[in-house]
Design a protein around this ligand. Structure first.
Ligand code: R5P
Length: 294
């Protein structure tokens, strides 16, 4: 058995040396097949290599959470501002107009509700249905360190295998249990495990200390998870830092749809992600657009 990270020698992440991406704009994707590259190019803008993904899949374990009570009324109009939408097949089929051509990142895991142990998930969609729904990517939670860690990792490897069969990339979401330490060491571990076991992209949380070591040591693109609602300027700052520290985009939910001005927030996030707009300027833009929304 190899050592479990007990080497005394300092680790070297070469954080300032970008990973080469020969022949294709996305990290770790050069050897993928045409269909998979094409789908990834729908999610990530090939000009910037980045994405603004809009996460509205919370209902799969939380029910109608604040802001998602009426997706038809308040959320569908926001989808037009996103580069990709992350949601369940139930909401997609019942509520999203098929004429909306945004790439779909389809939630494929589920099982426990907020009332139970969340890591006890199973795969909850057949690959055939993901194909029917024209999914650009499939996604699930991976609970590294969680009670059902092995099950969720196995769910991921099965989903990756299904996706490989049809050229659909898998996005692994690193789910952090309530009692777990959210530090660079944990996220390096979780993200790297997801990539090593085949995920073509990983969604994870931003942390102020050592985020660059997480993006540097993960051989596939990382998109930043939004997390609970914080002040708009703080959310823009977090997104800015994540991008500057190597994230290939964001996948945000509550910090957009629970904002006082969700359309304005979405547009400000876009500027931060695709144009490297500084947080203060993006916040000013948010305020201007917010006043126009009124
Ligand atoms: C799993 O927990 C999910 O994918 C979430 O529903 C989503 O990531 C939440 O997005 P946010 O934290 O930005 O509201």
């Amino acid at each position: 058995m190899p050592d479990i990270d007990v080497a005394t020698q300092a680790k070297k992440f070469y954080e300032d040396v970008p990973t080469e991406t020969p022949g294709f704009f996305l990290k770790g994707a050069s050897a993928l097949d045409w269909g998979m590259k094409n789908r990834l190019s729908r999610i990530f803008n090939p000009k910037t290599g980045r994405t603004v993904m809009f996460a509205i899949d919370h209902g799969y374990f939380q029910g109608p959470t604040t802001g998602l009570e009426r997706i038809d009324l308040t959320i569908v109009p926001l989808m037009y501002y996103a580069d990709a939408i992350m949601l369940t097949r139930g909401i997609l089929r019942t509520t999203v107009p098929p004429a909306l051509t945004k790439p779909v990142v389809l939630r494929c895991s589920g099982g426990p509700s907020v009332l139970k142990e969340l890591s006890n998930e199973e795969l909850a969609v057949d690959i055939e249905d993901a194909i029917r729904l024209n999914a650009a990517a499939i996604t699930l939670q991976v609970f590294i360190g969680g009670e059902f860690e092995t099950r969720s990792v196995h769910n991921m490897t099965r989903l990756v295998d299904m996706g490989m069969r049809y050229g659909i990339p898998t996005m692994a979401v690193t789910a952090v249990g309530k009692d777990m330490v959210r530090d660079a060491r944990y996220f390096r571990l979780a993200c790297r495990i997801c990539a090593e076991l085949g995920a073509q992209l990983v969604k994870t949380y931003y942390i102020p200390e050592g985020f660059k070591t997480i993006t540097a040591s993960c051989p596939v693109p990382i998109v930043m998870a939004g997390g609970k609602k914080i002040a708009e300027l703080d959310a823009l700052t977090m997104a800015y830092k994540a991008i500057q520290e190597g994230a290939s985009g964001v996948d945000m939910g509550r910090n957009i749809f629970q904002s006082d001005a969700p359309e304005a927030m979405m547009q400000a996030i876009h500027k931060v992600v695709h144009e490297d707009m500084k947080p203060a300027e993006a916040y000013e833009l948010y305020e201007t657009l917010k006043n126009q929304e009124k």
